[in-house]
Design a protein around this ligand. Structure first.
Ligand code: F6P
Length: 357
């Protein structure tokens, strides 16, 4: 008999359900007796003991269903050691729930912050398996996270739609893509959507370079320009500021996001019409794409095998096409940034994409 707990934490994405389905199908095929406990709304459910007992039927027909049947919430890692408003020690509470239910392991689906808490629970002696979820594809140690390719499809569709209207009106368009710290999603959607300028946090931009790239296109009578801009794109002058100065600067920042700042600057500098489109949370919504369905099913099956083998304290990732168990202590707390010197950046530059650097 194995008692398995599961929770989904942090921002949702496509393929959370597909991954849980893979895990449950895998363990139920391999083991005679399994009890499944689903914690509601991420770590909250574990802290406050909100769970429901699940059966394999609950995981039937959810391969294509977006969101998460367990619900999710953001419980910042830095707050985990801070008692809640009633003085409850959250870490002790999570351990208590785990032991009270006599769980053999806890499978945690989530991104970077979630992974840090998963590692903390491992350090506290719980049997943990982490599944790398995020549209940002920024988890260190796995080549791919589930949700990423589905989000690339949606952001690319958005850029595709903008292309036709930008061309008709001869306008400059900014499509703002999700990703505050890491630009993987913007980079891939930008290339897939044929953006002319791609701005990501890892390559600080100068507005002069962006203007030059637009003027060069105008000279070639291209008529319109599309920028794919990550939420976390940053101008060079701000990237060089100390954290303290940056924080102070942002206190009086007047734009809703950096895209609107760039739009304002371009309008003033070039006297041109600029429009901003923000697909926002649509990038995390809807059904997982076929790639993510396959990835999630594979990762789920590999997690099931880890449970059968009692191999805990790891993230189930994919490296060079193979599912692997990556020790949590190696991965937790590290981000997988876009390397400005990587070949994908040189290849994009080779075909004339500007990064505003
Ligand atoms: O981490 C996933 C992500 O979608 C980021 O790309 C985005 O910046 C953030 O979450 C949005 O968070 P929220 O759902 O809290 O608005």
């Amino acid at each position: 008999m194995k008692r398995i707990g599961m929770l989904t934490s942090g921002g949702d994405c496509q393929a959370l359900n597909a991954t849980m389905r893979g895990i449950v199908k895998g363990v139920c095929n391999a083991l005679d007796e399994v009890e499944l406990y689903g914690f509601e709304e991420g770590y909250k459910g574990l802290i406050y003991g909100n769970y429901r007992m699940l059966t394999p039927r609950d995981f039937s027909g959810i391969l294509t269903k977006g969101g998460t049947i367990l619900g999710s919430s953001r419980q910042p890692f830095k707050m985990m050691r801070v008692p809640d408003e009633n003085g409850l020690d959250k870490v002790e509470a999570m351990k208590h729930t785990y032991h009270k239910l006599r769980l053999d392991c806890l499978v945690i689906l989530g991104g970077n912050g979630t992974q840090k808490t998963a590692n903390l629970l491992r350090e506290e002696g719980l049997n943990i398996i982490h599944m790398p979820k995020t549209i940002d594809n920024d988890i260190w140690g796995t080549d791919m996270t589930f949700g990423f390719q589905s989000a690339v499809d949606i952001a690319t569709d958005c850029i595709d739609c903008i292309h036709t209207t930008a061309a008709s009106h001869g306008r400059v368009f900014i499509v703002e893509v999700m990703g505050h710290k890491v630009g993987q999603l913007t980079l891939h959607a930008g290339i897939a959507g044929g953006a002319d300028i791609i701005l990501i946090p890892e390559i600080p931009y100068s507005i002069d370079s962006i203007c030059k790239a637009i003027e060069a296109r105008n000279k070639q009578k291209k008529g319109f320009t599309i920028l794919a801009v990550a939420e976390g794109a940053i101008p060079k002058e701000r990237a060089e500021m100390s954290k303290k100065d940056l924080k102070k600067f942002m206190e009086t920042y007047k734009y809703p996001t950096v895209s609107y700042e760039i739009a304002d600057q371009l309008t003033k500098r070039l006297g041109t019409e600029v429009r901003v489109t923000v697909p926002g949370h649509t990038q995390r919504g809807g059904s997982p794409c076929p790639y993510d369905r396959v990835l999630s099913t594979r990762l789920g099956a590999a997690a099931a095998q880890a449970i059968v083998d009692d191999a805990y304290g790891c993230m189930i990732g994919i490296v060079n096409g193979e599912c692997q168990r990556i020790p949590l202590e190696e991965s937790a707390g590290k981000l997988k940034f876009v390397d400005p010197n990587s070949s994908i950046i040189s290849e994009a530059k080779m075909i004339g994409i500007s990064f505003g650097d």
